[in-house]
Design a protein around this ligand. Structure first.
Ligand SMILES: *[C@@H]1O[C@H](CO)[C@@H](O)[C@H](O)[C@H]1NC(C)=O
Length: 373
């Protein structure tokens, strides 16, 4: 049966209203798009791709790259080009960050994973002590441990999968600062050389120098060993071929206890503010092309492959297209100051983006009087 003409008309009217709304929505998406282009001119990335040969030459110069022969040079240029296309894709899918050429632009994603990450396990051990639930009502809206003197300068793990050791020292440096009032840079090399603690849940997964490790295992090692030496007393070499040279008489910071923080973002923030910087795992896929801004990719694996240090959170300077009211985490990385925002990374909060909330641990330090040399 045909609908009566008046109802039929109504239907047409209604569908044109729906259609008009769709057009308006599309238009506002377009204007968002325009906004994105203003923030990050896409032509910039197009120019990079178009003039890749030229940009590769400056890249080689800027980062002091050397290649064995012309064949290697040609291969690296091809990897560089494919990373430029990848950066362009990243830019489209992560509009609130800036992606482009980084010092890792001549590495394939798998080379990058192999040499610059190094988180050994995807999950925290289930038997780890759980952090007590803290009140969250009085949390500051912005917080950054760098402003309170609890964070040492950005370090560089080099091409060694020892991220876990930097995440560990960073957390203990902060905890030690809170318990002693002194900020002392601690030794990653001690962890790389001496810590072979295995995860009780999967015995095959032990801390193993440049081949990866886990922060909670490293806290366990530090607890058992008595503590960590200063960076300057046991300096970083970026290789794991040396023997353990730990000197018990030169301990500069000791672990009193450590715990795993719940997945709840408010709890993570509360633990950060109360206990100091936190050791966190993250998926680093978007970090290879990251230059700055707040990374908030539309899609990101939660498979954790990198250990970093959560030092703060905020919302300042973030004018996102999406998640308007959502602030970001401030993350200290261990790829030197020439990467990211002077060595730091910002990632949006609220959605466990890239698994950033999945593996968070907190450490407390014993008050010790460092031995004077
Ligand atoms: C260390 O232990 C104390 C006392 O049990 C507890 O209040 C604190 O939350 C623990 N800290 C960490 C980082 O686990």
């Amino acid at each position: 049966m045909d609908p009566p003409p008046s109802r039929f008309l109504l239907l047409i009217l209604l569908s044109s209203v729906v259609f008009a709304a769709t057009v308006v929505a599309a238009a506002s998406e377009d204007s968002d798009d325009l906004l994105i282009r203003q923030v990050v001119p896409e032509s910039n990335l197009d120019d990079l791709i178009l003039n890749a040969d030229h940009h590769f030459t400056s890249f080689v110069k800027k980062f002091g790259k050397t290649y064995a022969d012309t064949e290697e040079h040609a291969y690296r240029l091809s990897v560089f080009k494919s990373n430029l296309r990848r950066a362009k894709r990243h830019q489209k899918l992560d509009p609130s960050a800036v992606h482009g050429i980084t010092k890792f632009s001549d590495l394939t994603p798998s080379e990058f994973r192999r040499s610059y990450l190094g988180l050994r396990r995807l999950k925290l051990p289930a038997d780890a002590q759980k952090a007590p639930i803290l009140p969250t009502n009085d949390l500051p809206t912005d917080f950054d441990w760098r402003d309170h003197g609890a964070v040492t300068g950005v370090k560089d793990q080099g091409s060694c999968g020892s991220c876990w050791s930097f995440s560990t020292t960073g957390a203990l440096e902060g905890a030690n600062f809170l318990s002693t009032g002194n900020l002392v840079s601690l030794s990653e090399q001690q962890l790389v050389d001496c810590d072979h603690v295995c995860d009780p849940e999967s015995p095959g997964s032990c801390d193993s120098g440049c081949n990866g490790g886990l922060m909670t295992s490293a806290f366990e090692y530090t607890l058992q060993a008595g503590g960590l030496q200063r960076e300057e007393d046991y300096p970083y070499t970026g290789t794991d071929r040396g023997p353990c040279k730990f000197d018990k008489t030169k301990i500069a910071a000791s672990v009193s206890n450590f715990s795993v923080v719940s997945l709840d973002e408010e709890q993570i923030a509360a633990n950060l503010v109360k206990n100091g910087p936190l050791a966190v795992g993250i998926n680093a896929a978007w970090m290879q092309t990251y230059i700055g801004g707040v990374s908030c990719p539309y899609i990101c694996s939660k498979r954790l492959d990198h250990g970093v240090l959560l030092v703060g959170y905020g919302a300042e300077g973030y004018a996102p297209i999406r998640l308007k009211d959502k602030p970001y985490w401030i993350i200290k990385n261990s790829w030197g100051e020439s990467w990211g925002e002077n060595g730091y990374y910002k990632i949006c909060r609220g959605h466990n983006v890239c698994g950033v909330d999945s593996m968070v641990s907190s450490v407390a330090a014993i008050h010790t009087t460092p031995t004077t040399p």
